[in-house]
Write a protein that binds this ligand. Sequence first.
Ligand SMILES: NCc1[nH]cc(CCC(=O)O)c1CC(=O)O
Length: 312
Amino acid sequence: MSVDLPTPAQPLRIGTRGSPLALWQAHETRRSLMAAFDLPETAFQIVVIKVTGDQIQDKALREIGGKGLFTREIEEALLDGSIDIAVHSMKDMPTRQPEGLILDCYLPRADVRDAFVSPRYASINDLPQGATVGSSSLRRRAQLALRRPDLHLVEFRGNVQTRMRKLDEGVAQATFLAMAGLTRLGMLDVARSAIEPQEMLPAVAQGAIGIERRSDDPRTAALLSRIHDRATGLCLAAERSFLATLDGSCETPIAGLAILDGDQLWLRGEILRPDGSASVTGERRGAAAQGAGIGEALGEELLSRAGPGFFD
Ligand SMILES: NCc1[nH]cc(CCC(=O)O)c1CC(=O)O
């Protein structure tokens, strides 16, 4: 297939947020496209877009309007043609895209696990009775409260540096961060231990980078099809359909992970009460190509087992 390649005179414009993690992901996407087509760096232009969510650091995300705050301005830039692709942490993406946009290209997924981060303690089990843990993730808060009802939870937002400073100041004794993010930032040394998915199931799509484009842009579609990682796509189809079935807003603690095993896909999911007083987990296996159906079936099963009012 012949593709109309970008050139230094007409570069492919890659839109991203300006956070260190987002910038790394945009550069990784550029590296991947450069390698796939043997193109120079100058055939790509990284365009940093200011988003509302990055400008409000002192409130929990769910108080200020949730996931869309990190994507709205970027999706507007795609739709008005000022960028050609947008690079996202899939974990932060709503399950549906606005009319006119498609999100179906994924880079190979990184480590899906959460990291336990603490200056003093090596793992969750090591935390003394009543210790304070900082996290603004509803999922992590609920999962921790379920296992360790004795712990005290406080809100924790800001970039990794801010959170590390709070730990140094003693605001909390521990926090959680994604292994993938720490790896990308070259900060894996702050992880005291990796938490296995059996112990704490990660967020849907954790560790995956997705690339969004306009649906009426076949040239960009052809470019992206060459760097798309099929295995990641199959797993995310299952996980995101699970999330969509549960109507996952930022206000419901949900975890989900799919693993590919040959032509089979295994999906595990968990929903929790926000205070960690109850959880429902389940799993399904099926043909890898049927990920969306597997996700939907598991989502419906968990909803019916949880019963009405579970999240209240
Ligand atoms: N919600 C913030 C966010 N979105 C993606 C990552 C890490 C990278 C990834 O999971 O792909 C993080 C930080 C974190 O949870 O520690």
